[in-house]
Design a protein around this ligand. Sequence first.
Ligand code: ADP
Ligand code: MG
Length: 262
Amino acid sequence: MNEEQSEKTPNPRISRVVGVASGKGGVGKSTIAVLLAQAFAARGLRVGILDADITGPSVPRLLGVDSFRAEADDGKLVPIKSDEGIEVMSINFLIDEETRPVIWRGPLLSQAVKQFWTDTAWGDLDRLVVDLPPGTSDVMLTALQSLPFDGLVFAATPQDFVSMIVAKAVHMAGQTNTRALGLVVNMESLVCPHCGQEIPLFSGENSDAPDLGMPILARIPWRADLARKRHLLWDGLSEEVRRSASDLAEGVEATLARAEAR
Ligand SMILES: Nc1ncnc2c1ncn2[C@@H]1O[C@H](COP(=O)(O)OP(=O)(O)O)[C@@H](O)[C@H]1O
Ligand SMILES: [Mg+2]
């Protein structure tokens, strides 16, 4: 990986680009990306989400915009706006049926991510959240090399084998000079929907919060409303979930500000 391979085209209309990564699938990346975007929007920021998970896109559904199809205007894709005004671009807006798989080889998948950055008519955005694909292969590498990230938030569940895999993505970020902002520890405990008691989900010696050499920005417990809700619309979320999301947004903002002041 040398400088020549990285060709980051800045977009003057987008102030900050924050990726949500993990290396591992199923740990809550998309959920966290959506919550972070919503919490930014709740702070009055203009927000977009670029869904870079081409083979497993889930952002449109989480934001309740999965029935929309994107159109092109003047050679650019027009993002879809969620009820909260969040601009979204996802491969789901370009395929006929949500359940049809995108059967493309690596280079084509990578191309799609690049195009979502360069060929989408993003409006003026204070924050663009990027839901990164799991793994450390082609698409992730292309994303890290072609999008001008201000930083990445890593998502992990407190399990030994998850930390091991997330550590690979953290290394990849380091090798591409992408700043790690911090970690979100997800689903560490379960909040009983009946009595409100918090029960650790991964108790045992390997259940400690993963030490990935970065600060923990937020801890989001397993919550029934996050698991069951089809759409994670801000007004429909529980107070607790909104608080976790707001803490995360605050942590990201503070870390970005500190990093930029250096
Ligand atoms: N804090 C949470 N509480 C309850 N369910 C969660 C939580 N975080 C994620 N989930 C659920 O776990 C599954 C995986 O989450 P998702 O965000 O799709 O992960 P990823 O994008 O990393 O694959 C989804 O069914 C999601 O609803
Ligand atoms: Mg996902």
